[in-house]
Ligand binder design. Sequence first.
Ligand SMILES: Cc1ncc(COP(=O)(O)O)c(C=O)c1O
Length: 378
Amino acid sequence: MGFVINKKPIQVEKGDGPYLYDENGEEYLDFGASYAVTVTGHNHPQVVEAVKDQLDELIYVQSSYPNSVRKSFEEELVSAAPEGLSNVWLSNSGSEANEAALKFARSATTGSKIVAAKRGFHGRTAGSLSATWKKKYREPFEPLLDAEFVRYNDIEELEAVVDEDTAAVILEPIQGEGGLHPATREYLQTAREITEENDAVLVLDEIQTGLGRTGEMWRCESVEVTPDIITVAKGLAGGFPLGATICRDWIAENAGPHGSTFSGSPAVTAAGRATLSVIEDEGLVENASEVGSYMMSRLEELENRHSFIRDVRGEGLMVGVELRRDANKVLKNLALEHGVLALPTGRTVLRLLPPLTIEEGHVDKFVEALEKVIEDYE
Ligand SMILES: Cc1ncc(COP(=O)(O)O)c(C=O)c1O
């Protein structure tokens, strides 16, 4: 959503925890977290300090030179990852993390086909774009990689499409950009079984769902599925660009040559290390679960009171509020009249992805503002 008042763009100049501030010092409660990036809130002091300290030592060094900050970040990421996923490739974005995952699936299997879900979003580089559903993003650049799209949560269709020529099945455990739709446990478990049967790679894109957002460190844990590859990015370095492709041994052993000049720089991995510490030290996974349940119950109360809300769905602090219409207008009113920010997905869904540091009081402020805005639409 453009951030515009009377045709004048608002400059966002400062951030602190769940708040952003414009050039006039106006405060905005940020329930979009810039597309789920500011997991630890804006400018978390521990992240800021870690980066400042690292800047005095070494900003960047080529990734083939060992470096203790990068190494310890990778070790901490592996220890936070589901068991069995112990090899890490670092990159600079979610798209790149998925690009690596799809390349590795090709090099580790004899298959070539990529199976992805309708409404899925995996990024905008050529490979990750091939697995992204929306025609608007894909069509101008076709032909891309050979990808087949299946209906999300349709087990029979997945079983019919995955075969010996499949290199990878790539899925978001909860579709974010596609409208906040969770995959069922049964669907993801079937995806696990049929990829194994066909020697294909199961990639779970946890770029939005990972790092505690859904009330577990990884969404795949709550459905008891361990994929062959998890991809993660967004808030991994508290706002600095960092992506990771985390793989099982058999993938790593058969991964073709891959690399990226800026991957894993000491300055960025120092931010990543601090971010993982904050998630652990401040109990942000538990907080996402508790405050997420509170937010869900407050939004459900609102849904009961207002027929303008069609549905409330999601997990933890990844929640969609489906309206009858006009998501963008509602968001604009929330921002301009109440100083509250969130994101749209499609024309009718508000996407709430607040920092994992928020408290119940922030939820109250958001819900009260939303109620005032939607009253005007009824
Ligand atoms: C699930 C998912 N995968 C991949 C991406 C792409 O990440 P990036 O924009 O960092 O390339 C996104 C970004 O929104 C995402 O939500």
